[in-house]
Design a protein around this ligand. Structure first.
Ligand SMILES: [Zn+2]
Length: 468
């Protein structure tokens, strides 16, 4: 089911007869949940299991669903009408037919959903979900998996308000929606094979947090760009990946994923004639100046604080993001912290002491493709290991996640010459390929429209409407 190509499109035949529906994993096996608490907001929701013909009506109120071996038990909680239903899984809660489009806050409220799995901003939040809800127990899991099945455009409204806030300028929201739609259709197969859903709700796929963060502006943005996607020169849906901040120059896909992706080529994210042009490409020789030089005082890069002021950035970020400075940043790591993260997340299980960090190959945005770690191993010998690509570097240098691998490393030593820690100076947030969310926001604040924003980040693509 989930392992076949998802959209049998491509080679020029990218039109669809109707808007597709998508299944999004909201609670995953790895979240380790055995029960889920939810609120039914209105009459006419119905509960049924896969092969039931008779459905059980659910009155408005609070419920909890628990797993009991291969069955689910659904019970009403609190003052609402008592109900206790036992069903063989999977169990589906069917939403009533709706005569109108979904509104902000519509849908079933589901409590304590994980957002930001594995990242530094991980937390749990309550979410309202329009469409149908399914509960599964996959064969390889003892935990509950919850899937939200809904129309693509409603899903995208939840993506643009999950990835960034519903307060962003409308032209940025349209650009983000078109990128998100293209990305989803451009995936040849599910990132979650064998699961009862194609995409998850988090940064591993696209951040989707239901209808709670929807704004009137987001609904309008989706309406205005309905069905529009980016098509590559090879006549395929563009696999339009995106990240929070390029740091000034975007990255080549091949540097990040070890594969070429049509349309995702390194670009300077600044107006023509910008001082940023002299750093293209960023190299070992110019990166110190790129990250810390005086040119930053008059920096005109679209993702820079001069265009998107840092004090206003929280307004525009997603509701689970932390505010901070992402264009240029620095962090310190002690010897102990480095050892812990390199052992636990960098895969260097035999490391006992870090001797030094040496930077290797970089992409054109300055992001490291390789980081060499010199260390003392458990057998007392000295070794060198290489972390690669950028994702593993970001994981290995932080117990949560380093913002990006566009970094220089300044070592600190004690009197005996032993490494006591490092200062890491960096630029940007995320892999840096494709649309830059903060840069795209900056472009919209400077008056660019969605088309101009997209063409600035994706190369040799056209915008096409694929369904009415
Ligand atoms: Zn995913």
């Amino acid at each position: 089911m989930a392992d076949k190509p998802l959209f049998p499109v491509v080679d020029g035949n990218y039109r669809m007869d109707a808007e597709p529906h998508v299944g999004i994993g909201i609670i995953l096996s790895e979240d380790g949940m055995d029960e889920v608490s939810f609120r039914v907001p209105a009459p006419d929701y119905r509960l049924r299991s896969g092969d039931d013909t008779a459905a059980t009506p659910l009155a408005p109120g609070d419920y909890v669903i628990r797993r009991l071996n291969s069955h689910f038990i659904v019970e009403a909680e609190g003052p609402c009408e008592p109900v206790r239903v036992e069903k063989a899984g999977p169990v589906i809660i069917k939403a009533p037919e709706r005569a109108r489009v979904a509104r902000p806050g519509d849908g079933i409220l589901v409590r304590d959903i994980v957002a930001g799995r594995g990242f530094h901003w991980a937390k749990t939040i309550d979410q309202t979900l329009t469409g149908d809800i399914e509960f599964h127990i996959p064969p390889d899991s003892s935990h509950v998996v919850m899937v939200n099945r809904l129309a693509l455009e409603e899903y995208l409204t939840g993506v643009i308000t999950g990835e960034m806030s519903g307060e962003c300028p409308i032209e940025f929201m349209k650009a983000q929606a078109i990128a998100a739609r293209s990305w989803l259709l451009g995936q040849p197969r599910s990132p979650h094979p064998g699961q009862p859903f194609h995409w998850c709700n988090d940064d591993c796929c696209q951040r989707y947090q239901g209808t709670g963060g929807w704004s009137e502006r987001a609904v309008q943005a989706i309406t205005e760009c309905r069905g529009q996607v980016l098509i590559t020169a090879g006549k395929r849906y563009c696999d339009a990946r995106y990240s929070k901040s390029t740091g000034g120059i975007s990255e080549d896909a091949v540097l990040v994923w070890n594969e070429e992706i049509e349309g995702l080529v390194s670009r300077i994210d600044a107006p023509a004639g910008s001082a940023a042009e002299r750093f293209f490409p960023v190299t070992d020789d110019n990166i110190e100046e790129y990250l810390t030089g005086d040119w930053l005082k008059a920096c005109d890069c679209f993702a820079s604080p001069a265009v998107v002021p840092e004090e206003s950035i929280t307004r525009y970020l997603g509701r689970v993001d932390e505010s901070g400075t992402y264009f240029r940043w620095s962090v310190s790591r002690t010897q102990d912290e480095l050892r812990k993260s390199l052992v636990e997340r960098g895969g260097l299980a035999d490391l006992t002491e870090v001797k030094g960090l040496r930077t290797g190959r970089r992409g054109r945005s300055g992001r490291l493709y390789e980081l060499h770690v010199d260390y003392v191993s458990t057998d007392g010998g000295e070794k060198t290991a290489t972390l690669s690509p950028e994702y593993n570097i970001r994981a290995g240098l932080s117990t949560s996640f380093l913002y990006s691998s566009c970094i220089i490393v300044r070592p600190q030593h004690d009197g005996a010459g032993k490494l006591t820690g490092v200062e890491i100076l960096g630029g940007g947030w995320g892999h840096g390929a494709g649309l830059c969310q903060i840069g795209g926001l900056g472009r919209a604040l400077r008056g660019q429209n969605a088309d101009e924003i997209l063409m600035a980040y994706y190369t040799d693509v056209t915008l096409e409407s694929i369904y009415e």
